[in-house]
Design a protein. Structure first.
Length: 129
């Protein structure tokens, strides 16, 4: 992980589904999250509450008392988490190198004109930066 990436708590795949819902809209109650997540994942309210408690313990979210319920909001920014996940993937699977990732991707899927333009712009920026 690069030095400018904030240290983030590890978030499991299941926990990331809760985080995605909270990044889309917050604050939300456990019941609201369950209504959003039940159809796709089949999770019960108790599962959602377990995931919320884990995220609270990790410091990824906070809870605010609202009458007899709690409302949850993310403390971790989605952009920071995505950056952390991207860098972790590149480190684990491609030894930290971006070129092997691009080669692997391009060998299975044709790069679009937009992809090529973005890569050329990145190379130009790196050469002059």
């Amino acid at each position: 992980m690069s030095p400018d990436t904030p240290s983030l708590p590890p978030i499991s795949e299941a926990e990331s589904q809760v985080m995605l819902q909270l990044w889309r809209e917050h604050p939300q109650s456990a019941e609201q999250l369950a209504m959003s997540l039940m159809p796709e994942h089949g999770w019960q309210l108790s599962t959602i509450k377990t995931l919320l408690n884990r995220l609270l313990q990790k410091g990824a979210i906070e809870a605010e008392k609202d009458g007899r319920r709690f409302l949850y909001r993310p403390l971790v920014a989605e952009a920071d988490w995505l950056k952390s996940q991207s860098l972790s993937l590149i480190d684990r699977w491609f030894g930290g190198g971006l070129a092997p990732l691009v080669v692997q991707f391009a060998s299975h899927r044709k790069l679009s004109a937009e992809d090529l333009a973005a890569l050329k712009a990145l190379i130009k920026e790196q050469d002059h930066g």
